[in-house]
Design a protein around this ligand. Sequence first.
Ligand code: 13P
Ligand code: SF4
Length: 359
Amino acid sequence: SATDEELHERIRAAKETLGDKVVILGHFYQRDEIVQHADYLGDSFQLANAAKAHPEAEAIVFCGVHFMAETADILSAENQAVILPNLAAGCSMADMADIDSVTQCWEELTELFGSEPDAEGKMPVIPVTYMNSSAALKGFCGENGGIVCTSSNAEIVLKWAFERGQRVLFFPDQHLGRNTAKAMGVSLEEMPLWHGRKELGGNTAEQLMDSKVILWNGFCSVHKRFNVGQIEKARAEFPGVRVIVHPECPMDVVDAADEYGSTDFIRKAVAAATEPTTFAIGTEVNMVQRLAAQYPQHKIFCLDPVVCPCSTMYRIHPGYLAWVLERLVAGEVVNQIRVDEKVSSTAAIALERMLAAKP
Ligand code: 13P
Ligand code: SF4
């Protein structure tokens, strides 16, 4: 509509005035009206690197969710401001693990296992947090010999952790943890689930002793919606369909799919297909619809027939983007995400370990 066009015009004008002073980062799950203004589009790993790579910009406007903006603040230069256009853009999965509950869990595990390395120098437990978590949890990992992972490097990071520890405490996403560890040969018996507010997370001491990965009880409400029935239906309707899902999907869905990987993995898999192909994709619908529009030679659809956007990613509306940019033009920084200095320095350790981890 005319008002939408006006809004885009305002965004373009403000960007033009700001020039190199601002860089706009956008996650693949952002709506098209935002994506068209992003200088860089990426998955959470790529955007963390992008935040580090632009020290010349005075401001980084992050079109994504809160934990991503926090990470950008930690990795960006001291004098750069990271801006989240709508402060209500959080992540329900990240909220499922808070620092108090994780600390409580850690204390119970320390009591059970002690905190001394074994004869091989391996620690009893290495904490690993998914990028989709608060800065406080990344700081916790930095302080306790742990590391951060994203969906694109979870296997590399778990390997890093197994080299240094007898087992891993993985939070918040049980599905990413389970799917990744399973692909590395860890059995389901070796992956107990930690339920909050229960002694030993509802497990026996033996179960924890024999464990390789202790999984936190978190999940993504968007990816939890995908199920095996949808995959069976797609296969029945479209023989030869390629089913690709995100590792935040439940294990039976990942097992029933042909391939799984991060949002960038999915994007590259579609881009690399040389023959007209039918793709059924199990991830956020804004990204799937964009792929469908971008590659009309393929048939691309979302596995979930009921449209399932990430409602918090969707909170970044062009109106907010126009507002934060125009405030910048006027010399005012609004909606700045600032991570406490102490948390930031320990979280940076865990993030830098991730960025340095090699396959
Ligand atoms: P990636 O960006 O790592 O693919 O993760 C998807 C996601 O859930 C981001 O919130
Ligand atoms: Fe969080 Fe899921 Fe949305 Fe990603 S898709 S931001 S994990 S709620």
